[in-house]
Write a protein that binds this ligand. Structure first.
Ligand SMILES: Nc1nc2c(ncn2[C@@H]2O[C@H](COP(=O)(O)OP(=O)(O)O)[C@@H](O)[C@H]2O)c(=O)[nH]1
Ligand SMILES: [Mg+2]
Length: 240
């Protein structure tokens, strides 16, 4: 089942952390569902900090599938993994995925938009009209609160920043490089900087049905999100 190593057209970047339970099955399923895709693609497993067998599973996948690459560093850091994975992507188009979603429907709809229209970035929104967010109430509320804070502090115009995204690598590369924060808020900074740079960003509704609860609980992420929000407020709004 090893596919050719032709230069990929599409890079699917997936941050992964302690995902030994679902990584193997999720990638098998993704590869299977992309079997009729017809264009060269790569899957970049942007792993860091895992303390379970994720690194070994990633290696097995890399050996088995020529289109899978994996990256590893020691510190668990979602934003850093995503940032470095995007910058390392070989494809013209980058799709930012999550291993518990692997949303092929988003991938296809986002590609259609990027290819047919002068759109710079497509964001999968869990919170816009037409979306279906099947996560627990507590986490849905968390999304609304963070979006409210992003609107208030950074002038964000939209309904979601975290999660599924698609864009041309070349267009977003300088914006990724300009981002200041890592961890959870990197994804938000990326969308907000793209918006402030005048890029054409299109939100499309997604259905979110996770295969498992998050690897790091919401409450544990709050202090870092607030710290980075303050940092971005100073940098973006006050120019400090
Ligand atoms: N590399 C890396 N990936 C992470 C980290 N934390 C979460 N992820 C990955 O990011 C994606 C989303 O994480 P998840 O735990 O579902 O949190 P959610 O975004 O709130 O749903 C999954 O693919 C995780 O494996 C991290 O510290 N480092
Ligand atoms: Mg999740």
């Amino acid at each position: 089942m090893v596919e050719s190593r032709a230069e990929p057209y599409l890079s699917i970047v997936i941050p992964v952390y302690n995902e030994e339970a679902i990584l193997h099955a999720a990638i098998l399923d993704l590869v299977d569902r992309l079997s009729d895709f017809g264009r060269p693609y790569e899957i970049v497993l942007a792993e860091n900090g895992s303390t379970d067998a994720t690194v070994d599973v990633a290696k097995e996948l890399r050996v088995r599938f020529g289109q899978v690459r994996s990256r590893h560093t020691d510190e668990p850091n979602y934003g850093k993994a995503l940032r470095d994975g995007i910058l390392d992507a070989k494809g013209d188009i980058v799709i930012c995925e999550e291993i518990d979603l692997c949303d092929i429907d988003f991938l296809r709809r986002a590609l259609d938009l990027l290819e047919a229209e002068p759109v710079d970035m497509v964001v999968g929104s869990k919170a816009m009209k037409g979306a279906s967010d099947e996560r627990p109430l507590f986490r849905r509320l968390g999304t609304h609160i963070i979006n409210g804070l992003l609107r208030l502090t950074l002038g964000f115009r939209g309904t979601d920043t975290h999660g599924l995204k698609a864009f041309r690598q070349r267009t977003l590369q300088p914006i990724v490089q300009a981002c200041l924060v890592d961890r959870d808020l990197f994804a938000s900074e990326l969308v907000i900087r793209a918006q402030r740079a005048g890029l054409d960003i299109r939100e499309i509704p997604v259905r979110v049905l996770e295969k498992r609860p998050p690897t790091v609980g919401l409450v544990r992420r709050v202090p870092n999100v607030l710290r980075n929000l303050a940092k971005l407020f100073l940098a973006i709004r006050l120019g400090k």
